[in-house]
Design a protein around this ligand. Structure first.
Ligand SMILES: Cc1cc2nc3c(=O)[nH]c(=O)nc-3n(C[C@H](O)[C@H](O)[C@H](O)COP(=O)(O)OP(=O)(O)OC[C@H]3O[C@@H](n4cnc5c(N)ncnc54)[C@H](O)[C@@H]3O)c2cc1C
Length: 455
């Protein structure tokens, strides 16, 4: 039997959180995950360097009760809560650890005009994030759809800059650094997108946990428990809908280092990033392709570093130290992932949005030099203490909602069988959204198969 004669119940394109969650939910169905990279996890990526677990992508995991939090409990993976005081800031020569966000206007070395602007901005963000949380609470998303219309339409008509109004230059720099993790600058992202992000960080259930051993233990364990097949190093190049006697099925063409091949399946879950899905699946309805092509992504650049165990790290009781005006904009304390204390300290330096995109073309050596120079300026205690580093580029770091994003949603959600789309771009993008979209897609596949079988 030639390979293309094999018919799977479900083929899943992409082995990130969305694809793996879908595969998990398909249980004993004959299913296959095709993943382009040599590893699973996509933007969940960590590995040990000089015996320290270093993290290059997603790091904050939802608490118990969230989909991902429950998965971690089911898989018996050890998680550690983030330090209680999440934020610190190092700016213009002054260092503040364990500062409540509300006290920022008081501690920063700003003149009166800038302090008032910071206080006003903080109030707008706080009130807006409470409104965003209230909308989300009213319409808690269910497994019947990845996100509700009310959540999508919340503050979808204007940008974050328009909501906040004009800011003095230093306050604008501060806001840009704080919001870079959304993949866009304040003038590019919708106000609703930014406020949802603040709601999730300031909300009661936030900020969540780190996975001991590095975040990649999650996709590794998910894959180990799958009953279906997983192929890595397998890039899907074309997906087509073939009508046959006895029903339609999908053919999926792929390329590996050694050869080209194809498989057939009764249903296909497309769980690669939006622009990839738009390019490989011309058989999707025009509305879906148009929506996929209009999802915007922001770039991320990270550098993970290990520090000697006896380094007197000043951020011990904080998780995220904001560093506006430097080559990296946030330093994350990843000691929560370190499995053995003798392994030393783990950090991840992060740059996102336009600042990140501007740095991507530089060599690893140049990025490393710029980040380490700034690290030593801000934290002289780290001088000579770095034991390992690795730079990671994420050109498609995270999808973000620009004003008007809500209009794309019907095209994404109404893809007719035998296809379903999955990925973090279906909702506010994080691991939770990716996992939920995978679950929704798997339920759609199971319903389709049951209908075909006349159940
Ligand atoms: C630096 C960084 C920090 C982050 N921090 C957090 C955080 O703290 N908490 C959080 O919840 N989220 C965080 N995120 C976001 C989170 O990582 C993503 O929302 C989530 O992992 C996306 O999962 P996904 O399955 O939708 O997409 P992906 O992880 O991108 O998976 C898609 C998969 O498809 C594969 N693929 C692409 N093309 C093809 C093809 N042609 N054929 C086959 N396979 C293909 C890719 O290789 C990839 O494995 C972060 C992201 C980054 C980059």
């Amino acid at each position: 039997m030639s390979e293309s004669a094999e018919i799977y119940d479900v083929a899943i394109v992409g082995g990130g959180m969305a694809g793996l969650t879908a595969a998990r939910a398909l249980g004993d169905r004959r299913c296959i995950v095709l993943e382009a990279e040599d590893r699973l996890g996509g933007r969940v990526h960590s590995s040990h360097l000089s015996s320290t677990p270093l993290n290059f992508g997603a790091h904050m995991i939802g608490p118990p009760g969230s989909l991902v939090g429950n998965m971690i409990a089911d898989l018996n993976l050890p998680a550690r809560p983030l330090p209680k005081r999440v934020f610190g800031i190092v700016y213009e020569g002054s260092r503040h650890f364990s500062v409540p966000v509300s006290a920022l206007p008081l501690v920063l070395r700003f003149g009166l005009r800038d302090r008032i602007a910071v206080a006003r901005m903080g109030l707008t963000l706080l009130r807006g994030s409470r409104r965003a949380a209230a909308v989300a609470r009213r319409v808690e998303s269910t497994a019947s759809g990845p996100v509700s219309d009310a959540v999508l339409r919340f503050e979808d008509g204007r940008s974050l800059s328009e909501l906040i109004g004009p800011l003095p230059p230093r306050v604008k720099e501060l806001l840009t650094a704080i919001t870079e993790r959304n993949g866009a600058d304040p003038a590019e992202m919708s106000a609703g997108h930014a406020l949802r992000s603040f709601a999730s960080v300031w909300g009661k259930t936030a900020p969540g946990n780190n996975l001991v051993g590095g975040t990649s233990v999650l996709p590794a364990m998910m894959a180990a428990r799958l009953s279906g097949e997983v192929r890595t190093g397998c890039t899907v190049t074309h997906v087509a809908n073939k009508r046959r006697k006895g029903g339609a099925h999908v053919t999926i063409a792929y390329r590996t280092d050694e050869r080209e091949g194809s498989i057939a399946a009764r249903f296909c879950i497309l769980a690669a990033p939006a622009p990839v899905t738009a390019a490989i699946a011309p058989c999707l309805p025009a509305t879906a392709r148009e929506a996929l092509s209009n999802i915007r992504y922001g770039a991320f650049l990270t550098m993970a570093a290990a520090l000697a165990p006896d380094t007197p790290v000043p951020w011990r009781n904080n998780y995220a130290i904001l560093t506006p005006g430097r080559s990296f904009s946030v330093l994350f304390n990843h000691d929560g992932m370190v499995d053995k204390p003798e392994s030393g300290h783990a950090v991840m330096m992060f740059r996102g949005a336009q600042g990140g995109a501007a740095l991507l073309p530089n060599t690893d050596a140049d990025i490393e030099r710029a980040f380490l120079d700034d690290l030593e300026i801000l934290f002289p205690e780290t001088r000579g203490r770095i034991t390992a580093t690795r730079v990671q580029r994420w050109p498609l770091g995270v999808p973000f909602a620009e004003p008007g994003r809500a209009r794309l949603q019907p095209g994404l959600e109404n893809t007719p069988p035998p296809f379903a789309l999955a990925g973090d771009y279906m909702a506010f993008p994080d691991m939770e959204a990716a996992a939920r979209s995978g679950l929704v897609a798997a339920h759609k596949a199971l319903r389709h198969l049951a209908k075909e079988e006349g159940a």
